[in-house]
Write a protein that binds this ligand. Structure first.
Ligand SMILES: Cc1cc2nc3c(=O)[nH]c(=O)nc-3n(C[C@H](O)[C@H](O)[C@H](O)COP(=O)(O)OP(=O)(O)OC[C@H]3O[C@@H](n4cnc5c(N)ncnc54)[C@H](O)[C@@H]3O)c2cc1C
Length: 408
């Protein structure tokens, strides 16, 4: 490592590597400073090891931020076409599934990291592993980045790309918030997102390990939120699965940032049938003398036999008794909109994403340069920009990283 560079990038994740490549391609000398022993550790874990690195339906409307204009401004400069072109130009053919999720053709996240590392190597980017940036000091030539162990590197421009707080074992431990805050940046309180939910409910206990397709919506202060459909997984601590990860952000913000207590998730366990059809089917089965535990046979996984009596009790029809059709209607209603009170989230170690971060209004939307300190840029998850699951967050990391690396 030399003493000084044109550009020092803090963090060798998706955003940091993209910033390093775009900076070096326009002729800057670049160093990437990475706290872990190797670059791109989180990348290797993305998409279940396949890396869902983009979504073909990319649009700024799939993101939330303190400054929504920031996202569209960045994608105007480096959007879906440019991200695809970037990877194909690195020698990484891509493939998309029917929902627009884009993966490397090899289906291996390691291929993504490999081509990025080949390119940083070709461009002569220095990668300093085991360098945890503890301070970024202003200096006459720009900045001096100081590591926890006392190492120092000078740079005219610094890109903060250290990610959020989620999955600290994969590198991002929230330390970049402190570096940005030292320059006066406001940090929108980070909360775990895309995270399993903690729920105390006998149903979760009886059904733990059971997966099924379901529709879920948050209910906060009595108000229903957006509906998501996908996998639901009952666990010993509550609920998980893709549908829960999708719905978790608003619940986590309500619980962990806004201190709300009235938080629930409403689950439609039979999304393929209308409620009145389900009630009619239960009624037919009751008339035919089916036992309560068998009423959902063929409609729901076998394990549900364990919880049907409970659901009937909740619907005020112990043992399925009641006037003709009432118990059937009660059971259908319970299965179509079962409410689970949410007590919390499983926290940072299981969160795929961080909601919150450096206030998006404090960076220039075209360049991502800090409005508070010339020469300081921010990119990736460290900013208060969040996309849905499905390749949106990596898309933001590539795009914002590439744009920040164009710093002059
Ligand atoms: C298990 C998992 C699966 C995911 N799958 C997908 C997916 O398939 N598709 C998708 O779009 N998104 C996915 N995500 C989210 C996505 O990975 C992140 O949004 C994205 O990686 C953020 O990129 P980043 O470069 O901003 O931050 P990160 O990837 O977190 O990289 C930050 C880097 O900075 C380093 N660093 C942090 N602080 C310092 C410091 N002080 N000094 C030096 N280095 C530092 C960290 O060690 C890390 O290497 C997934 C996340 C997880 C955890």
């Amino acid at each position: 490592m030399r003493d000084t560079y044109d550009l020092a990038v803090v963090g060798a994740g998706a955003a940091g590597l993209a910033a390093a490549i775009s900076g070096a391609r326009r002729g800057a000398s670049v160093v990437v400073l990475e706290r872990l022993a190797r670059a791109g550790k989180k990348l290797l874990a993305t998409g279940g090891g396949r890396s869902n690195l983009l979504n073909d339906n990319l649009s700024a409307s799939a993101f939330t931020s303190t400054d929504p204009g920031l996202v569209s401004s960045v994608f105007d400069r480096f959007g879906r076409t440019e991200i695809r072109g970037f990877f194909e130009g690195l020698g990484l053919p891509l493939q998309a599934d029917e929902s627009g999720r884009v993966y490397p053709a090899t289906n291996q996240a390691s291929s993504v990291l490999k081509v990025l590392e080949l390119e940083t190597g070709r461009l002569g980017v220095a990668v300093e592993a085991g360098f945890e940036a503890e301070r970024v000091d202003a200096s006459s030539g720009g900045f001096s980045v100081v590591a926890a162990d006392g190492r120092k590197v000078g740079a005219r421009i610094v890109v903060l790309a250290g990610g959020g707080r989620s999955y600290p074992a994969l590198g991002s431990n929230g330390s970049c918030y402190r570096l940005a805050a030292a320059f006066g940046h406001r940090i929108v309180s980070p909360v775990p997102s895309a995270v399993p939910l903690v729920i105390k409910d006998r149903m979760c206990h009886f059904l733990q390990g059971q997966k099924l397709r379901a529709r879920v919506a948050s209910k906060i202060g009595g108000r229903l939120g957006r509906t998501y459909e996908g996998e639901l997984l009952f666990t010993q601590f509550g609920l998980s699965g893709t549908a829960i990860l999708d719905v978790s952000e608003s619940l986590s913000v309500a619980l962990n940032r806004e201190g709300k207590k009235d938080t629930a998730v409403v689950v439609d366990l039979v999304p393929f049938m209308a409620e009145e059809d389900l009630a009619a089917e239960f009624s037919r089965r009751q008339d035919a003398g089916w036992a309560v535990k068998d009423l959902a046979a063929g409609l729901l996984p076998e394990k549900f036999a364990l919880v049907l009596p409970q659901l009937l009790r909740e619907a005020d029809f112990p043992e399925g008794k009641g006037s003709k059709g009432e118990a059937a209607r009660g059971l259908a209603a319970a299965l179509k909109a079962r409410e689970f009170r949410v007590l919390g989230t499983r926290g940072w170690n299981e969160a795929e994403f961080t909601s919150g971060g450096v206030d998006g209004r404090e960076v220039k939307p075209r360049t991502l340069e800090s409005k508070l300190r010339q020469g300081l840029y921010l990119a990736g998850e460290v900013l208060d920009v969040q996309g849905g699951r499905g390749g949106y967050n990596l898309a933001w990391a590539w795009a914002s990283g590439f744009v920040a690396g164009l710093a002059e």
